[in-house]
Design a protein around this ligand. Structure first.
Ligand code: GLP
Length: 255
């Protein structure tokens, strides 16, 4: 089922698998319309199922990634791209190694550079030179972050090095064994970079995301609630499972 709540088109799915299938079919529609487009990818647990579905569609011959350019949202800092904990490694393992991506057209922020200010500036320029991002996939943090744009006093602008929130360090330390090993910083596309994407597909699954989804849709638009800025974007599709939607179901009574 899909619903429209203010500017959001919301697909409510039964569970994680259904959420992943729905996101995949939406991605497919975009990709088939713009086969040489620029696509923004996200990492984290949430899009893993989507990437599995996309690999399946590729194997069935329903899609090709050959002519697309990709930009990833973020990367830990410091982080070597060859590390198993890097988002570079994540993308290769979960998607790029299994489809016909042109490896020269893959862009993931680098977590091992010294001149990160230049790198961030060049990353934004490269997105611009490629004509901007046609479709950006997003997840959302339990604290409402998008990319690694944490709750803050101001909305961030372009790609930048940021400090991770304690709650994010706690949430993501599961991937690092313990919270001692996880980097305290990251390179992330900014809120402005995300808002400049033509279309956004944001996914969320599980009860732990229900507050973030509620706040994104109904919360005050403020930098302490980063996802809320999406209320100002014209083309946002939200794909959520019933658990992640549990608070908005109560609110609207329509869902
Ligand atoms: C991560 C990433 C985000 C992601 C979010 C949710 O740390 N930086 O891009 O959307 O936090 O992660 P998960 O999908 O694992 O819950």
């Amino acid at each position: 089922m899909n619903y429209t709540v203010s500017n959001f088109v919301i697909y409510l799915e039964k569970d994680y698998d259904e959420m992943s299938k729905r996101a995949s079919s939406i991605f497919l529609q975009y990709l088939n319309k713009k086969k040489n487009g620029v696509y923004g990818f996200a990492t984290g647990t949430t899009p893993e199922g989507l990437y599995k579905e996309l690999i399946q569609e590729y194997k069935l011959g329903n899609i090709s990634f050959k002519n697309i350019t990709s930009f990833n949202l973020d990367e830990y800092f410091p982080m070597d791209p060859s590390s198993e904990h890097s988002y570079h490694h994540y993308m290769m393992e979960h998607l790029f190694n299994h489809v016909d991506m042109d490896k020269n057209k893959i862009n993931v922020p680098k977590g091992n550079i010294t001149d990160y200010e230049k790198f961030c500036h060049d990353y934004d320029m490269k997105i611009k030179e490629n004509g901007g991002i046609h479709l950006q996939i997003l997840g959302i943090g339990t604290n409402g972050h998008i990319g690694f744009n944490e709750p803050d006093d101001v909305f961030s602008k372009g790609t930048a090095k940021i400090k991770l929130a304690e709650s994010t360090i706690k949430d993501n330390s599961i991937h690092f064994g313990n919270s001692e090993n996880i980097p305290r910083e990251a390179i992330s596309m900014g809120i402005k970079s995300i808002m400049m994407c033509e279309n956004i597909l944001i996914m969320a699954s599980g009860k732990r995301k229900s507050d973030a989804i509620y706040n994104m849709i109904y919360g005050n638009i403020e930098p302490q609630n980063p996802g809320s800025v999406l209320q100002l974007h014209k083309n946002v599709t939200v794909v959520v499972d019933e658990d992640a939607a549990s608070k908005i179901i109560d609110k609207t009574k329509r869902i």
